[in-house]
Design a protein around this ligand. Structure first.
Ligand code: ATP
Ligand code: MG
Length: 403
């Protein structure tokens, strides 16, 4: 009996001692949980031996609270910035959920509750839907021009592998577009208006030429008139090309195409004492392009090659790459100094102004070439060495999707 009584008393004493320890310990665990829940007002320690631990916990809580405030200030700043941006911005994760959307985008889409929505539930414009859908199926960094309700946008997507999210940005280019159109219309109209009086001046010059007292002056006027007519014609060609945005893609028989080219240049080749060699592999019989535009590319490039090469060799080579056709046009003429190469495809850019005057050049040929290649979703590069020669390399897609 006595033993039992002693054990019982010992148990009761042990229980009270244990409670004295476990309660403050429980208090510490509760405080840790509070910190985890981002609640930083902690309850004080009830046992002096835990005071030190509590001091540390208070310090941790204070630091975390400061960091938390900093983060929310930054986040607030980020959202203020986002909503003040005129361009539409939104972020989509790999599940197709819009995780961030700014006000401009919500206004464009006509829905003020885009956050946490699946894009297929909220995007109604088909053209925009298709773009997002493509990125959703194959996340990548790319951009596309789209038109929504008569406004033009560049829509770009940048995929971040780290966060597995895509950031979208839509940039309104309507104003730029209308300025471009105005500029093009102006060039077209002015060149059109200039053509008639210039042709008439040329006609009258030819009439008075036989009776002219001073042939030297007549020659100067004639040369400059012809030069002006050429500039106007080139400008008209360029404007026409820009207006005819659509390509008429057809299957072009390379052999027939080359024969035709050789006919066009037969005389100039003979006069300049240049030899033209054209090569292509037997298995490559056709290429896809807009016939007349591609012909213009070759005419301009061959015209240059012949103009800037004397008694040399001009080579055209067609070959196949994986997805593209490569076209190389190479001459061993006078070449171009490296400092001119970056600007060569600009409108009116000529290398040697004094020389080109004699050759009646306007510097529009290569810009027309580049424009046509771009229309074909192709690429053009130039390599040249002074006194050695020049090579233009064009890549065009092998196939075009039928519209
Ligand atoms: P246009 O073609 O409008 O009559 P252009 O030939 O001067 O005038 P581009 O065809 O645009 O104009 O060429 C721009 C410049 O590049 C030329 O003035 C010339 O100096 C240089 N160039 C182009 N092709 C060659 C080439 N094959 N060899 C040497 N220089 C070249
Ligand atoms: Mg030219």
């Amino acid at each position: 009996m006595l033993t039992i009584a002693i054990v019982l008393v010992a148990l009761v004493i042990a229980y009270f001692f244990a409670r004295k320890i476990t309660d403050p310990l429980q208090n510490i665990f509760t405080n840790i949980n509070k910190i985890a829940d981002k609640k930083y007002a902690l309850s004080p320690s009830t046992l002096p031996i835990f005071n030190e631990i509590m001091r540390d916990l208070h310090a941790i809580a204070a630091r975390l609270e400061r960091n938390q405030q900093k983060i929310s200030k930054h986040r607030q700043g980020f959202y203020t910035l986002l909503s003040s941006i005129q361009e539409s911005i939104w972020i989509m994760n790999t599940k197709g959920i819009i995780t961030v959307a700014n006000e401009s985008f919500e206004n464009l889409v006509g829905n003020s509750n885009l956050k946490d929505s699946y894009f297929w539930n909220v995007i109604r414009y088909k053209i925009l839907y298709d773009f997002i859908d493509d990125i959703f199926h194959e996340p990548k960094t790319t951009s596309r021009e789209i038109t929504i309700e008569n406004r033009y946008y560049i829509c770009s997507a940048s995929y971040t592998a780290q966060t597995k999210e895509t950031i979208f940005l839509m940039y309104d280019i309507t104003e730029i577009r209308s300025l471009e159109t105005m500029k093009k219309d102006l060039v077209l109209n002015v060149s059109h208006e200039l053509r008639t009086p210039l042709t008439s001046i040329k006609g009258f010059l030819e009439t008075i030429e036989p009776k002219a007292a001073n042939q030297k002056y007549i020659d100067v006027i004639k040369r400059n008139t012809e030069r002006l007519i050429r500039i106007v014609q080139d400008l008209l060609n360029l404007s026409k090309l820009e207006q005819m945005g659509d390509l008429e893609i057809e299957k072009i028989n390379i052999a027939e195409f080359v024969d035709n080219l050789k006919k066009i240049f037969e005389l100039t080749l003979k006069e300049s004492e240049n030899e033209l060699v054209v090569e292509w592999p037997a298995e490559l019989k056709f290429l896809e392009a807009d016939y007349f535009k591609l012909e213009q590319v070759f005419i301009n490039l061959l015209d240059n090659a012949i103009k800037y090469t004397k008694g040399g060799k001009i080579k055209i080579r067609f070959s196949q790459l994986e997805q593209h056709i490569l076209i190389e046009i190479e001459d061993n003429g006078r070449g171009i100094a490296p400092e001119h190469l970056p600007r060569l495809f600009e409108r009116f850019y000529v290398v040697d102004k004094s020389r080109t005057r004699k050759l009646s050049s306007t510097g529009l040929g290569l810009s027309i070439v580049k424009h046509i290649v771009n229309l074909h979703a192709g690429n053009i590069e130039v390599k040249s060495k002074l006194g050695v020669g020049t090579k233009f390399s064009i890549t065009l897609p092998k196939h075009y999707e039928k519209k």
